[in-house]
Design a protein around this ligand. Structure first.
Ligand code: PBG
Length: 324
C-alpha cells in the first residue's frame, strides 16, 4: 500500500514501538574482551596508540579479568608478550610460557571466566612473522603449522577453554583438531581466524604486542582486502577441517564478508573489531568529535546486524557498562 496508507514512521513514534520491532540485539553476552599479558611483575602500562587499553603482567591481569567479569563480560581473548623472542618462536609452545602461565592463573582465580587464547607465532619470533621464514624470507607453511599446532596443544594443556589460530597458514585447523583430539582435548573448540585480511588497522596492536614484522609484510599469508569470494572458500575449508566458529577480521571494512560467510555456511561467526578500529573511534571521542557511547554502540550493533554472533572488541568492558 503506497503513501499515505503506509507510513513507516508510525512504529518509530515511541520507544516502546521501536523496541517491539527492533531486529538486532546487542548485549554483553555477545562481546569478547581481548587482553595483553606481558612477562614481568607488577606491570600495568597503557598502550600509547590504544588509550584505555593496557598490558598487564599476570597478577594484574587476574585483577583486570575480575573487573571485566564484574562488568558482565564472560569471555576474554588472551595475547602474550614474552620476555625473549627467537627465530622459531619457542616461547609460543613453552609450557612455562607467558600465555600458559597466565591461563593457569586466570582459570584458578576465575573458574567461570571463559578464556580463549590467540594461537600465533608472531609475538614470539624475532622476525615478527606468524610463521618460520626460509632463506628467501618466504614463510614455510607446513613447518609453521607444526609449531602452531604445538602451541595450541600447550594452551589447551594449560586450561584454555578454546583456541583461536590467527596465522592464516593452510591446513592449520585440521592439524590442530587432529592433535587436540590425540592429546585428550576433543572438547576444546577451535575459533578459526578464517578471513583475516592484510590490514592497516592492525597497526596499534603491533605496538601493543611488539609484533611488527622485521622484514617484508604479511601479504603472503593474510588475505587481499579486495577479495570476498575467497573468504567464503577459506571459511568452508576451515569448517571441513573442524573449525567450530569462524572469524572475519577486521570488522567494519568487511561487513559484507561477515554477511557472506554467515549466509554461505550458517556456522557461528565472530567478528574482530580490531585495534585500529578501536583507536580511530577513541581518538575521535577524545577530541570531542564523536559521541563515544553512541558511536561505539552503533558500530557494534552494525557488526551484529551484518551477521556476527560474537564480537571481539577492546570496547567490550565499556560497552557492557553502557548496555547495563
Ligand atoms: C597475530 C594477530 C594480529 C591481530 C590479532 N592476532 C596482528 C597481525 O596479524 O599483525 C590483530 C588484532 C588487532 O589489531 O586488534 N597474528
Amino acid at each position: 500500500m503506497p503513501f499515505p496508507a503506509t507510513r513507516m514512521r508510525r512504529l518509530r513514534g515511541t520507544a516502546t514501538f521501536r523496541s517491539l520491532v527492533r531486529e538486532t540485539e546487542l548485549s554483553p553476552d555477545h562481546l569478547i574482551m581481548p587482553a595483553f599479558v606481558i612477562a614481568g611483575e607488577g606491570i600495568r602500562e597503557e598502550i600509547p596508540s590504544m588509550p584505555g587499553v593496557e598490558r598487564h603482567s599476570i597478577s594484574n591481569l587476574v585483577e583486570h579479568a575480575g573487573e571485566v567479569a564484574a562488568a558482565g563480560i564472560g569471555t576474554m581473548l588472551l595475547f602474550g608478550i614474552p620476555s625473549t623472542k627467537d627465530e622459531y618462536g619457542t616461547g609460543a609452545y613453552d609450557d612455562e610460557g607467558i600465555v600458559q602461565m597466565a591461563v593457569r592463573a586466570l582459570k584458578e582465580a576465575h573458574p567461570d571466566l571463559t578464556v580463549i587464547t590467540d594461537v600465533c607465532l608472531c609475538e614470539y619470533t624475532s622476525h615478527g612473522h606468524c610463521g618460520i621464514p626460509d632463506a628467501d624470507g618466504r614463510i614455510q607453511n607446513d613447518l609453521s603449522v607444526e609449531l602452531i599446532a604445538k602451541t595450541a596443544i600447550s594452551h589447551a594443556d594449560a586450561g584454555a577453554d578454546a583456541v583461536a589460530p590467527s596465522d592464516m597458514m593452510d591446513g592449520r585447523i585440521g592439524a590442530i583438531r587432529f592433535q587436540l583430539d590425540e592429546e585428550g582435548h576433543a572438547d576444546v573448540p577451535i575459533i578459526a581466524y578464517s578471513a583475516k585480511y592484510a590490514s592497516a588497522f592492525y597497526g596499534p596492536f603491533r605496538d601493543a604486542a611488539e609484533s611488527t614484522p622485521e622484514f617484508g609484510d604479511r601479504r603472503g599469508y593474510q588475505m587481499d582486502p579486495s577479495n570476498g569470494a575467497e573468504a567464503v572458500r577459506e571459511a568452508e575449508l576451515d569448517l571441513e577441517e573442524g573449525a567450530d566458529m569462524l572469524m572475519v577480521k577486521p570488522a567494519t571494512p568487511y561487513m559484507d564478508v561477515i554477511r557472506r560467510v554467515k549466509d554461505a555456511t550458517g556456522a557461528p561467526v565472530a567478528a574482530y573489531h580490531v585495534s585500529g578500529e578501536y583507536s580511530a573511534l577513541k581518538a575521535a571521542a577524545l577530541n570531542g568529535w564523536l559521541d563515544e557511547r553512541q558511536a561505539v554502540l552503533e558500530t557494534l550493533t552494525g557488526i551484529r546486524r551484518a551477521g556476527a554472533d560474537a564480537i571481539i572488541t577492546y570496547y567490550a568492558k565499556e560497552a557492557a557498562g553502557w548496555l547495563q
